[in-house]
Design a protein around this ligand. Sequence first.
Ligand SMILES: Cc1cc2nc3c(=O)[nH]c(=O)nc-3n(C[C@H](O)[C@H](O)[C@H](O)COP(=O)(O)O)c2cc1C
Length: 473
Amino acid sequence: MKTSDKLPEIIQGGMGVGVSDWRLAKAVSIQQQMGVVSGTAIDSVIARRLQLGDTDGSIRRALSDFPLPEMAQRVLDQYFIPGGKPPEKPFKLIPVHGLQMQGAGVELTIVSNFAEVFLAKEGHSGHVGINYLEKIQMPTLPSLFGAMLANVDFVLMGGGIPLAIPGILDGLSRWDTVELKLHVEDNSLHQNYSHHFDPKAFFPEELPKLNRPKFLAIVSSDIVAKNMIRRATGNVEGFVVENYTAGGHNAPPRRSDKSSLQYTEKDIPDIGKIRETGLPFWLAGGYASPKKLKEALDSGAKGIQVGTAFAYCRESALLPEIKQEVLGRCMNGNLNIITDFQASPTGYPFKVICLENSITNTDNYNKRKRCCDLGYLRHIYCKENSEIGYRCPGEPVQSYVKKGGPHDKTEGKQCLCNGLLATIGLAQVREHGLSELPIVTSGENFSFAAPMIERAGMNYSAKDVIDYIKSEL
Ligand SMILES: Cc1cc2nc3c(=O)[nH]c(=O)nc-3n(C[C@H](O)[C@H](O)[C@H](O)COP(=O)(O)O)c2cc1C
């Protein structure tokens, strides 16, 4: 039973990779707001935390509640290192997701999504959501299943138009086999490539009850919202309306002049038209203040979604030294946040903070030897002989071009997979003991920082953020 079925005013936005982990989401949910864990690359996060020795025992505790003990044990056998791996040794990699869903990779994905949601929900009855990106399709079906086994309350998805997901949630809740059509580049013959996932295959005997989580689509315009309502394969229970100042990936500018990479008033979502849909909605992108919450409520929104203010609170998984540096720079007035139109292999604009000791520093970027060993952002493409291949614009340029990828798409590309894992202390170790460097994403609006630090200091908590935002209600 929930303490309240009332929809929360504040959603703590899902922040990948692993920035909004179960600790942050739980701290928010306990305050009767919505905590959201990130499901993006969560299999790598869990596999690496296990290799660091699972120091507080949380993952093993979650796995002891997993309904298929043998599957949980196989994951532990593969990745858990008592006492942790030696710091100079690289992390063992997990299977890369592809068109064929591989046994061990699928199991790790199910178990990891389960564990993260289980821990976020443990010991209270508040709402917990999980966030995914539509563009990262290959782990999606086992991820949703794992999160549903832990009884996730909400699924939130953006970074594309997630038309297929509501119907998949319906299907999984009935234990049906579900299908996700995959985006394939250079598919001139328009062949159909899909993932099929049969949840019953894992449960030969009694099937536990699976609740259908509510689905919130993260959109940047009323056009996408209306499209979702008209064309989605099942019910959409609401929207997060995110503007272009938000952290993480942003929707590309809607521009008539293709050469100018700039947001204009055309990109500001029309809240009146979103309201016309009649569905609950939350506004995101620079809303972390009492005034902006009030403005959102007055416009008919249920509330707001906040990312950046939570990313720098003490429960988030960002490395403490990154939190200190960014908040310090913000207070000194020398924080440089840009919309990078090239960095992300997804092709979407991506907000980055320029920091000396990160991969956005030009020297560091030029020194890094490109490699693609995690592959979450690989695109599937059709070769001339109709076979399937995989390529990522962030991989070594030569190999990308050899696979038929256009050279210009590789320019300025970052390896977000390795960079984002480094920002939460899970950097891969490379040659000569050097580690991958972080890449830090944040929203443009840091106006929350001065009042937060004044109220609670640099080490402020998730509760401090909520108390501040709600202080004038
Ligand atoms: C560090 C960070 C990572 C983020 N990662 C994701 C993500 O993986 N998926 C997503 O839908 N949104 C992501 N976002 C966006 C947030 O969920 C949220 O909508 C946004 O930050 C709200 O704007 P604000 O940062 O101005 O509060 C991220 C934001 C930050 C700051």
